[in-house]
Write a protein that binds this ligand. Sequence first.
Ligand code: SAH
Length: 287
Amino acid sequence: MTRSMTTLPSLSDQTWPVLEPGWVWLCGAGPGDPGLLTLHALNALQQADVIVYDALVGDGILNWAPQAEHIYAGKRGGRPSAKQRDISLTLVQLARKGKRVLRLKGGDPFVFGRGGEEAQTLVQHNVPIRIIPGISAGIGGLAYAGIPVTHRDVNQAVTFVTGHDQTGAAPTSLDWGSIARSSQMIVIYMGMKHLPKITSQLIEAGRSADEPVAVVTTATTDQQRVLETTLSNVVKDAGAADLAPPAIICIGRGVLLRQALDWQAIAAGLAPRNTDPLGRGRPAESA
Ligand code: SAH
């Protein structure tokens, strides 16, 4: 991906919050590209004594905190939460030792990231916290694939769902039938494992087998891959393409917009495949 060689304004032109000893800042690191960190995240990286980070924190981001101890707290595959409790209690202990603690999570800490649970435990232990939102993979990752998560001609709502519950099973609390009927755009996190079940439930509930689907893996990184397919073919095609997690799955006509808006391909010199993918036959802004 092209990266320009300009410089940014100095952060010292503004005042920034101070990460005090004994505090924990729960912070999103965005989906991967370090450029998608917030300035609050960068400010936190520069002040932390210790950073407790997850598997999905983008490569290179920790290099901006050479002064800090880096503790890996990654988990894979939606396994149960025994370890989750350990992570929360580690944060409490570090804070009680008077450390400036940065809890760094991929994407946004409150979007399918257990950030809410960690924050609750910290509050219960009277540890002061700050929450720093991040760009979630289900929005930023799709944007890097050229898929707007909303578009006036396609969807007035979007549903973010997880393909796993706490035990790693397909979530039973989700009513896929109602999601199928009511959501014009469905964005699924952690959906690869149970994709056969999810897609068949959506089709049974009336979604068209031909509905466009995109799978975006390692979104926003140099390894980003995008599969464009349909609801009935996604399982087969994702297997054939040997896609590796993490993956965001997006179901809805908005996926077609990538034919026009694959901005990384355009930046690399390719022409858009189709400048009118929704078939409106008029300029996009003429309404
Ligand atoms: N808090 C994170 C989500 C954590 S759950 C956020 O807001 O983005 C982990 C899931 O997020 C992964 O299984 C995958 O579905 C998605 N994900 C996170 N980073 C991703 C990336 N770079 N590319 C594709 N999917 C990603």
